[in-house]
Design a protein around this ligand. Structure first.
Ligand SMILES: [Zn+2]
Length: 151
């Protein structure tokens, strides 16, 4: 699970795709909430800590880094332990904009990095019915579950 604040003057990257919007996600990296949630799920499945442990925001080399690079590094970490991704389920919680037009592209990007087929990457999106920080458009969050198998 991951969440980020939405502010003006930042690009909005979700699932490795840049989405046109009046606000973007605040973070040390490109703040891609979906890729971060997937990274954390992959690391968590092998009890390897979290994304903040492997890629600390105190490290200048990760400033504004493309989170696709972080996902690739996480995939290498699990492969080094003898595991690979079998499939992924994920949910983005966001009030606006609509995510549906970008889902196919996100599936393709994520699948190519973790070396599965796009059909093995589920990307769902929901609003929170105007409730809470997501509903007020102050931020967004994402949940991910990853199934790993032995190489
Ligand atoms: Zn994040």
């Amino acid at each position: 699970m991951d969440y980020h604040q939405l502010i003006t003057g930042r690009d909005l990257w979700i699932g490795g795709i840049k989405i046109p919007h009046s606000k973007g996600a605040l973070g040390h990296s490109d703040a891609d909430v979906l890729l971060h949630a997937i990274c954390d799920a992959m690391l968590g499945a092998l009890a390897l800590g979290d994304i903040g442990y492997h890629f600390p925001d105190t490290d200048a080399s990760f400033k504004d880094i493309d989170s696709k690079i972080l996902l690739k590094k996480c995939n290498e970490l699990i492969q080094a332990r003898g595991f690979k991704v079998i499939n992924i389920d994920s949910t983005i919680c966001l009030e606006a904009p609509k995510i549906k037009p970008y889902v196919t592209q996100m599936q393709q990007v994520i699948a190519s990095i973790v070396r599965v087929t796009p059909e093995d990457v589920s990307v769902k999106a929901t609003t929170t019915e105007e409730m809470g920080f997501v509903g007020r458009g102050e931020g967004l969050k994402a949940y991910a579950t990853v199934l790993l198998g032995s190489i």
